[in-house]
Design a protein around this ligand. Structure first.
Ligand SMILES: NC(=O)c1ccc[n+]([C@@H]2O[C@H](COP(=O)([O-])OP(=O)(O)OC[C@H]3O[C@@H](n4cnc5c(N)ncnc54)[C@H](O)[C@@H]3O)[C@@H](O)[C@H]2O)c1
Length: 327
Protein backbone atom coordinates (compact mmCIF):
# COMPACT_ATOMS: atom_id res chain seq x y z
CA UNK A 1 0.00 0.00 0.00
CA UNK A 2 0.99 3.64 -0.43
CA UNK A 3 0.42 5.47 2.84
CA UNK A 4 0.55 9.16 3.64
CA UNK A 5 1.57 9.80 7.25
CA UNK A 6 0.92 13.37 8.36
CA UNK A 7 3.06 14.07 11.41
CA UNK A 8 5.39 11.17 10.56
CA UNK A 9 8.46 12.99 11.92
CA UNK A 10 7.00 13.10 15.44
CA UNK A 11 7.40 10.68 18.32
CA UNK A 12 4.56 8.28 17.52
CA UNK A 13 4.39 9.06 13.79
CA UNK A 14 8.04 8.17 13.20
CA UNK A 15 7.48 4.72 14.69
CA UNK A 16 4.28 4.29 12.63
CA UNK A 17 6.38 5.08 9.53
CA UNK A 18 9.04 2.61 10.66
CA UNK A 19 6.44 -0.15 11.10
CA UNK A 20 4.88 0.62 7.69
CA UNK A 21 8.31 0.51 6.01
CA UNK A 22 9.16 -2.69 7.84
CA UNK A 23 5.95 -4.21 6.43
CA UNK A 24 7.19 -3.10 2.96
CA UNK A 25 4.60 -0.42 2.42
CA UNK A 26 5.53 2.76 0.59
CA UNK A 27 5.31 5.87 2.78
CA UNK A 28 5.15 9.61 2.20
CA UNK A 29 5.51 11.79 5.30
CA UNK A 30 4.06 15.29 5.41
CA UNK A 31 5.41 17.18 8.40
CA UNK A 32 6.16 20.83 9.14
CA UNK A 33 8.86 19.77 11.67
CA UNK A 34 7.28 22.10 14.26
CA UNK A 35 7.77 19.43 16.95
CA UNK A 36 9.14 16.60 14.82
CA UNK A 37 12.63 15.79 13.58
CA UNK A 38 13.99 15.17 10.11
CA UNK A 39 16.32 12.50 11.53
CA UNK A 40 13.35 10.57 12.92
CA UNK A 41 11.95 9.87 9.46
CA UNK A 42 12.75 6.37 8.19
CA UNK A 43 15.25 6.47 5.29
CA UNK A 44 12.88 4.55 3.01
CA UNK A 45 10.08 7.10 3.49
CA UNK A 46 9.78 10.26 1.41
CA UNK A 47 9.65 13.36 3.63
CA UNK A 48 7.75 16.37 2.30
CA UNK A 49 8.26 19.35 4.58
CA UNK A 50 5.12 21.40 4.81
CA UNK A 51 2.11 22.32 6.90
CA UNK A 52 -1.44 21.05 6.64
CA UNK A 53 -2.77 24.52 6.04
CA UNK A 54 -0.79 24.69 2.77
CA UNK A 55 -3.28 23.34 0.23
CA UNK A 56 -0.76 23.56 -2.62
CA UNK A 57 1.60 21.33 -0.65
CA UNK A 58 -1.23 18.91 0.11
CA UNK A 59 -2.09 18.70 -3.60
CA UNK A 60 1.57 18.14 -4.40
CA UNK A 61 1.69 15.24 -1.92
CA UNK A 62 -1.45 13.61 -3.31
CA UNK A 63 -0.05 13.96 -6.84
CA UNK A 64 3.33 12.39 -5.94
CA UNK A 65 1.86 8.91 -5.67
CA UNK A 66 -1.54 7.28 -5.65
CA UNK A 67 -2.26 7.29 -1.93
CA UNK A 68 -4.29 4.35 -0.58
CA UNK A 69 -4.71 5.54 3.00
CA UNK A 70 -3.78 8.34 5.39
CA UNK A 71 -2.57 8.34 8.99
CA UNK A 72 -3.14 11.73 10.63
CA UNK A 73 -1.01 12.33 13.73
CA UNK A 74 -0.22 16.03 13.28
CA UNK A 75 -1.49 18.60 15.70
CA UNK A 76 -0.94 20.27 19.01
CA UNK A 77 -1.02 18.22 22.20
CA UNK A 78 -0.03 20.32 25.22
CA UNK A 79 -2.97 20.36 27.60
CA UNK A 80 -1.88 23.47 29.55
CA UNK A 81 -1.30 25.43 26.33
CA UNK A 82 -4.76 24.39 25.13
CA UNK A 83 -6.29 25.90 28.28
CA UNK A 84 -4.46 29.19 27.69
CA UNK A 85 -4.97 29.31 23.92
CA UNK A 86 -7.96 27.17 22.94
CA UNK A 87 -8.17 28.97 19.58
CA UNK A 88 -4.74 27.58 18.58
CA UNK A 89 -6.03 24.07 19.25
CA UNK A 90 -9.26 24.63 17.31
CA UNK A 91 -7.12 25.82 14.39
CA UNK A 92 -4.43 23.12 14.47
CA UNK A 93 -6.48 20.09 15.53
CA UNK A 94 -9.83 20.79 13.89
CA UNK A 95 -9.64 23.33 11.08
CA UNK A 96 -6.33 22.11 9.61
CA UNK A 97 -7.59 18.54 9.88
CA UNK A 98 -10.63 19.53 7.81
CA UNK A 99 -8.27 20.82 5.10
CA UNK A 100 -6.70 17.35 5.00
CA UNK A 101 -10.12 15.69 4.69
CA UNK A 102 -11.08 18.08 1.88
CA UNK A 103 -7.88 17.26 0.02
CA UNK A 104 -8.47 13.52 0.52
CA UNK A 105 -11.99 13.88 -0.90
CA UNK A 106 -10.76 15.90 -3.88
CA UNK A 107 -8.10 13.28 -4.66
CA UNK A 108 -10.40 10.30 -4.15
CA UNK A 109 -8.70 8.96 -0.99
CA UNK A 110 -11.19 7.49 1.47
CA UNK A 111 -9.39 5.82 4.36
CA UNK A 112 -7.93 7.60 7.37
CA UNK A 113 -6.54 6.55 10.73
CA UNK A 114 -6.68 9.41 13.22
CA UNK A 115 -4.67 9.97 16.42
CA UNK A 116 -7.31 10.61 19.03
CA UNK A 117 -6.81 10.45 22.77
CA UNK A 118 -8.08 9.17 26.10
CA UNK A 119 -8.80 12.82 26.84
CA UNK A 120 -12.09 12.58 24.91
CA UNK A 121 -13.64 10.63 27.82
CA UNK A 122 -15.45 11.83 30.89
CA UNK A 123 -12.73 11.17 33.49
CA UNK A 124 -15.38 10.28 36.06
CA UNK A 125 -16.64 7.34 33.95
CA UNK A 126 -16.01 3.85 35.39
CA UNK A 127 -12.56 2.33 34.70
CA UNK A 128 -11.41 0.60 32.59
CA UNK A 129 -12.88 2.88 29.94
CA UNK A 130 -14.80 1.20 27.15
CA UNK A 131 -15.32 3.03 23.86
CA UNK A 132 -18.98 3.35 24.85
CA UNK A 133 -18.10 5.36 27.99
CA UNK A 134 -19.38 8.92 28.31
CA UNK A 135 -17.47 11.46 26.21
CA UNK A 136 -16.80 14.69 28.08
CA UNK A 137 -13.30 16.12 27.67
CA UNK A 138 -11.84 17.93 30.66
CA UNK A 139 -9.79 20.39 28.59
CA UNK A 140 -9.76 22.16 25.18
CA UNK A 141 -7.16 19.71 23.82
CA UNK A 142 -9.56 16.81 24.42
CA UNK A 143 -12.46 18.87 23.05
CA UNK A 144 -10.64 19.36 19.74
CA UNK A 145 -9.88 15.64 19.51
CA UNK A 146 -13.55 14.83 20.07
CA UNK A 147 -14.67 17.53 17.63
CA UNK A 148 -12.49 16.05 14.91
CA UNK A 149 -13.75 12.53 15.66
CA UNK A 150 -17.29 13.86 15.16
CA UNK A 151 -16.36 15.46 11.83
CA UNK A 152 -14.95 12.11 10.73
CA UNK A 153 -18.21 10.41 11.79
CA UNK A 154 -20.29 12.97 9.88
CA UNK A 155 -18.25 12.51 6.71
CA UNK A 156 -18.33 8.74 7.12
CA UNK A 157 -22.12 8.90 7.41
CA UNK A 158 -22.18 10.81 4.10
CA UNK A 159 -20.15 7.99 2.53
CA UNK A 160 -17.19 10.30 1.91
CA UNK A 161 -14.60 8.42 3.96
CA UNK A 162 -13.92 5.58 6.38
CA UNK A 163 -11.97 6.15 9.57
CA UNK A 164 -10.48 4.49 12.59
CA UNK A 165 -10.01 6.94 15.46
CA UNK A 166 -7.39 5.46 17.76
CA UNK A 167 -7.76 6.78 21.30
CA UNK A 168 -4.29 6.42 22.76
CA UNK A 169 -3.72 6.42 26.49
CA UNK A 170 -0.15 7.22 27.65
CA UNK A 171 2.26 6.25 24.91
CA UNK A 172 5.82 5.53 26.09
CA UNK A 173 8.96 3.56 25.23
CA UNK A 174 11.11 3.52 22.10
CA UNK A 175 12.06 1.31 19.17
CA UNK A 176 15.75 0.57 18.63
CA UNK A 177 16.27 3.71 16.54
CA UNK A 178 13.39 6.02 17.44
CA UNK A 179 12.47 7.58 20.76
CA UNK A 180 10.68 10.46 22.45
CA UNK A 181 12.26 13.89 22.01
CA UNK A 182 9.80 16.71 22.60
CA UNK A 183 11.54 20.05 23.12
CA UNK A 184 8.67 21.06 25.42
CA UNK A 185 8.36 17.74 27.24
CA UNK A 186 5.34 17.09 29.45
CA UNK A 187 5.30 13.28 29.50
CA UNK A 188 6.28 11.53 32.71
CA UNK A 189 8.68 8.86 31.41
CA UNK A 190 11.07 11.13 29.43
CA UNK A 191 10.91 13.71 32.23
CA UNK A 192 11.97 11.13 34.82
CA UNK A 193 14.74 9.73 32.58
CA UNK A 194 16.13 13.22 31.95
CA UNK A 195 16.05 13.96 35.68
CA UNK A 196 17.98 10.73 36.29
CA UNK A 197 20.56 11.90 33.73
CA UNK A 198 20.82 15.24 35.56
CA UNK A 199 19.54 17.03 32.47
CA UNK A 200 16.61 18.70 34.21
CA UNK A 201 15.39 19.78 37.65
CA UNK A 202 13.65 17.29 39.93
CA UNK A 203 10.31 16.26 38.42
CA UNK A 204 7.24 17.59 40.24
CA UNK A 205 4.80 14.93 41.44
CA UNK A 206 1.51 16.78 40.90
CA UNK A 207 -0.80 15.70 43.72
CA UNK A 208 -0.33 13.06 46.38
CA UNK A 209 -3.85 13.29 47.78
CA UNK A 210 -5.80 11.59 45.00
CA UNK A 211 -8.23 8.80 45.93
CA UNK A 212 -5.75 6.17 44.66
CA UNK A 213 -3.80 3.53 46.65
CA UNK A 214 -0.68 5.71 47.05
CA UNK A 215 -2.35 9.10 46.54
CA UNK A 216 -0.74 9.83 43.14
CA UNK A 217 -2.45 9.83 39.75
CA UNK A 218 -2.78 6.52 37.90
CA UNK A 219 -2.33 6.20 34.12
CA UNK A 220 -2.24 3.45 31.50
CA UNK A 221 1.12 3.23 29.65
CA UNK A 222 1.27 1.53 26.27
CA UNK A 223 4.41 0.88 24.20
CA UNK A 224 4.92 3.06 21.13
CA UNK A 225 5.78 0.08 18.91
CA UNK A 226 2.52 -1.63 19.88
CA UNK A 227 0.66 1.61 19.15
CA UNK A 228 2.39 1.87 15.77
CA UNK A 229 1.48 -1.73 14.96
CA UNK A 230 -2.18 -0.90 15.64
CA UNK A 231 -1.99 1.82 12.94
CA UNK A 232 -0.75 -0.64 10.32
CA UNK A 233 -3.56 -2.99 11.29
CA UNK A 234 -6.13 -0.19 11.24
CA UNK A 235 -5.11 0.86 7.73
CA UNK A 236 -5.32 -2.74 6.53
CA UNK A 237 -8.72 -3.06 8.21
CA UNK A 238 -10.04 0.00 6.38
CA UNK A 239 -8.54 -0.97 3.03
CA UNK A 240 -10.18 -4.37 3.52
CA UNK A 241 -13.57 -2.64 3.74
CA UNK A 242 -13.87 -2.30 7.52
CA UNK A 243 -16.47 0.09 8.88
CA UNK A 244 -15.63 3.32 10.69
CA UNK A 245 -15.10 3.20 14.43
CA UNK A 246 -13.12 4.45 17.43
CA UNK A 247 -10.83 2.13 19.39
CA UNK A 248 -8.88 2.51 22.62
CA UNK A 249 -5.17 1.69 22.74
CA UNK A 250 -3.89 1.03 26.23
CA UNK A 251 -2.34 -1.76 28.24
CA UNK A 252 -5.37 -2.05 30.54
CA UNK A 253 -3.15 -1.60 33.59
CA UNK A 254 -2.91 1.40 35.89
CA UNK A 255 0.49 2.66 37.05
CA UNK A 256 0.68 5.42 39.66
CA UNK A 257 3.24 8.21 39.49
CA UNK A 258 5.02 6.75 42.53
CA UNK A 259 5.04 3.28 41.00
CA UNK A 260 6.53 4.78 37.84
CA UNK A 261 9.25 6.56 39.83
CA UNK A 262 10.12 3.28 41.58
CA UNK A 263 10.18 1.42 38.26
CA UNK A 264 12.47 4.06 36.71
CA UNK A 265 14.83 3.77 39.70
CA UNK A 266 14.87 0.00 39.24
CA UNK A 267 15.52 0.07 35.48
CA UNK A 268 18.16 2.81 35.58
CA UNK A 269 19.74 1.71 38.87
CA UNK A 270 19.90 5.36 39.88
CA UNK A 271 17.96 7.68 42.19
CA UNK A 272 15.14 9.65 40.55
CA UNK A 273 15.02 13.31 41.61
CA UNK A 274 11.42 14.42 42.25
CA UNK A 275 9.60 17.08 44.28
CA UNK A 276 6.08 17.25 45.70
CA UNK A 277 3.67 19.68 44.03
CA UNK A 278 -0.02 20.55 44.15
CA UNK A 279 -2.53 18.84 41.85
CA UNK A 280 -2.88 20.38 38.40
CA UNK A 281 -6.32 21.55 37.30
CA UNK A 282 -7.99 19.06 34.99
CA UNK A 283 -5.77 16.09 35.89
CA UNK A 284 -8.10 13.16 36.62
CA UNK A 285 -7.13 10.66 39.36
CA UNK A 286 -7.26 7.54 37.17
CA UNK A 287 -7.33 6.77 33.42
CA UNK A 288 -7.23 3.12 32.36
CA UNK A 289 -8.29 1.69 28.99
CA UNK A 290 -10.10 -1.40 27.99
CA UNK A 291 -8.54 -2.31 24.62
CA UNK A 292 -10.57 -5.46 24.09
CA UNK A 293 -12.22 -3.96 21.01
CA UNK A 294 -8.86 -3.23 19.32
CA UNK A 295 -7.77 -6.80 20.03
CA UNK A 296 -11.00 -8.19 18.63
CA UNK A 297 -11.43 -5.92 15.59
CA UNK A 298 -7.80 -5.44 14.54
CA UNK A 299 -6.31 -8.64 15.97
CA UNK A 300 -4.04 -6.30 17.95
CA UNK A 301 -1.74 -8.29 20.20
CA UNK A 302 0.63 -5.97 22.10
CA UNK A 303 4.15 -7.42 22.42
CA UNK A 304 5.71 -4.96 24.88
CA UNK A 305 3.22 -4.81 27.72
CA UNK A 306 5.62 -5.11 30.65
CA UNK A 307 6.27 -1.77 32.28
CA UNK A 308 9.93 -2.76 32.67
CA UNK A 309 10.19 -3.32 28.88
CA UNK A 310 8.61 0.07 28.17
CA UNK A 311 11.13 1.72 30.50
CA UNK A 312 14.14 -0.32 29.36
CA UNK A 313 13.53 0.63 25.72
CA UNK A 314 13.02 4.31 26.61
CA UNK A 315 16.14 4.31 28.81
CA UNK A 316 18.22 2.54 26.19
CA UNK A 317 17.26 5.10 23.53
CA UNK A 318 17.72 8.09 25.82
CA UNK A 319 21.10 6.85 27.05
CA UNK A 320 22.28 6.54 23.45
CA UNK A 321 20.73 9.91 22.47
CA UNK A 322 21.12 12.18 25.51
CA UNK A 323 20.72 15.24 23.28
CA UNK A 324 17.76 13.70 21.42
CA UNK A 325 17.70 14.05 17.65
CA UNK A 326 20.34 16.22 16.04
CA UNK A 327 17.93 18.33 13.99
N1 LIG B 1 2.14 10.99 23.06
C1 LIG B 1 1.02 10.51 23.62
O1 LIG B 1 1.07 9.84 24.66
C2 LIG B 1 -0.33 10.79 22.97
C3 LIG B 1 -1.49 10.36 23.64
C4 LIG B 1 -2.72 10.58 23.05
C5 LIG B 1 -2.80 11.19 21.81
N2 LIG B 1 -1.67 11.62 21.20
C6 LIG B 1 -1.78 12.27 19.86
O2 LIG B 1 -0.93 11.60 18.96
C7 LIG B 1 -0.42 12.51 17.99
C8 LIG B 1 1.10 12.36 17.93
O3 LIG B 1 1.65 12.60 19.22
P1 LIG B 1 3.21 12.74 19.41
O4 LIG B 1 3.48 12.59 20.86
O5 LIG B 1 3.90 11.86 18.45
O6 LIG B 1 3.41 14.26 19.00
P2 LIG B 1 4.60 14.96 18.22
O7 LIG B 1 4.48 16.41 18.53
O8 LIG B 1 5.89 14.29 18.51
O9 LIG B 1 4.25 14.70 16.69
C9 LIG B 1 3.39 15.53 15.93
C10 LIG B 1 4.04 15.70 14.56
O10 LIG B 1 3.17 16.47 13.73
C11 LIG B 1 3.90 17.53 13.12
N3 LIG B 1 2.95 18.62 12.89
C12 LIG B 1 2.28 19.32 13.84
N4 LIG B 1 1.45 20.20 13.26
C13 LIG B 1 1.57 20.05 11.92
C14 LIG B 1 0.97 20.67 10.78
N5 LIG B 1 0.04 21.62 10.92
N6 LIG B 1 1.34 20.27 9.56
C15 LIG B 1 2.28 19.28 9.40
N7 LIG B 1 2.88 18.66 10.44
C16 LIG B 1 2.53 19.03 11.67
C17 LIG B 1 5.01 17.86 14.09
O11 LIG B 1 6.13 18.49 13.51
C18 LIG B 1 5.36 16.46 14.63
O12 LIG B 1 6.32 15.83 13.81
C19 LIG B 1 -0.90 13.89 18.41
O13 LIG B 1 -2.01 14.21 17.62
C20 LIG B 1 -1.31 13.70 19.85
O14 LIG B 1 -2.36 14.57 20.21
C21 LIG B 1 -0.43 11.43 21.74
Amino acid sequence: MNALVVGGAGYIGSVVVEELCRARHSVIVLDDLSTGHRDAVHPLALLVTGALRDRTKLDEVFHTKEIDGVVHLAGKSLVAESVEHPELYQGANVEEGILLLDAMRDHGVRDIVFSSSASVYDPSAPMPLLESAALRPANPYGETKLRFERILEERAALGELRHVSLRYFNVAGASIDLGEDHRNETHLVPLLLDAVLGRRDPVPVYGSDYPTPDGTAVRDYVHVVDVADAHVRALRYLLGGGTSLALNLGAGRGVSVREMIAAVAQVTGRPVPTTEAARRAGDPPVLIASSEAARRVLGWDPQFEDLSVILETAWDWRSRHPEGYAS
